[in-house]
Design a protein. Sequence first.
Length: 432
Amino acid sequence: MKFKVIGAGLAGVEAAWQIANKGYKVSLYEMKPIKKSEAHKSDLFCELVCSNSLKASRIESAAGLLKEEMARLGSLTVPIARQSSVPAGGALAVDRDIFSKSVTEKIKSHPNIEVINEIVEDLELDEDTITIVATGPLTDGALAKSISDITGGYLSFYDAAAPIVTAESVDMSKAFGASRYERGGDDDYINCPFNKAEYEAFINELVNAEGAIVHDFDVYEGCMPIEKLAKRGLDAPRFGPMKPVGLINPNTGHRPWACVQLRRENSKGTMFNLVGFQTNLKFGEQKRVFSMIPGLENAQFVRYGVMHRNSFLNSPKLLNNDFSFKNKNNLFFAGQITGVEGYMESAASGIMAGINAVKKAEGKEPFTLSNVTMIGALSDYISDESVKNFQPMGANFGVLPAIEPKIRDKNERYAALANRALESLGESMKTL
């Protein structure tokens, strides 16, 4: 049996890594550098487009639990992310270039992985090859049509990325370094504080600024453009990405009315991204409006925010919880195209698809995880036929079954959920 993985993003490299480490040869197809999507700039694998943050590190958080489960399953990307991390308080953020370069080197140096730089235009399914489609949410052209013909079409939404500014252009006489609740070092985040008048003036300009495109697609809540969030109400951003909780402005001794956090973008700390400021504004409007943020009056933007179309399958009708396709033998999908939302969620689906591609080839039962684990719960969600209005889902404790009797303290409850998940994972791994 042959193995073929299409796409060298987070899901694709994890799938190929699992197959190769089981002793099988695998062909990994990647269209870069021949062609790049509208959102990609680098020739490297696993290019991080929207943000350099892989979310919380603590195991007692949903994102941290997910990464720990992945690491125990032999993830490629989690150890590399930890090695290429940059300070980000309680989050795991990475130097994008170091991360992508390290992943690319690992994949290209594996003796069982053959990298084929080619634009795949047709799935060309056959009985002698197990194919994993991990082409991401920006799949287009002939391949998108080929997938659509097999699956009966896509669902679509738009995703947005935040701007990046240079650290030296931030006015630190107005901004200050601090992590929320003093978690992490003071240089992990730069905070731009607003008083009430500054905030209201900023929101007024934000909601009236000119957008880059008009579209009729739904926007995933986790990547809501800041201007669209602001149109929901004056205080919506102040209770969202501009929340001031956990921060004290050392210049005033008080909590700001609102605050924009800038998160370190690279290991040298020369660039910072505007946290939660995914946007669809025209570049000129971004410069005008975001320069109203205290401390960013003279900011140098090294990248403006962009917005791009994402596509995903109606997975509950099409996929099993091992990420295999219900109506086509030897076909798997992985990554955001399946409706898992987030960098590490995509990578985790690649791990599961790779493991189960090998199980399929060996004629063994699929490897699945209990829904008390984060990976198991997400796998169940994307394959749950009772879901009527399917939308992308990221790691969160809400997808896990509750612990009975209920633990009132949130921190204790999350710790108990994490411990239960890892114990279950350990039992399941005995079948690998």
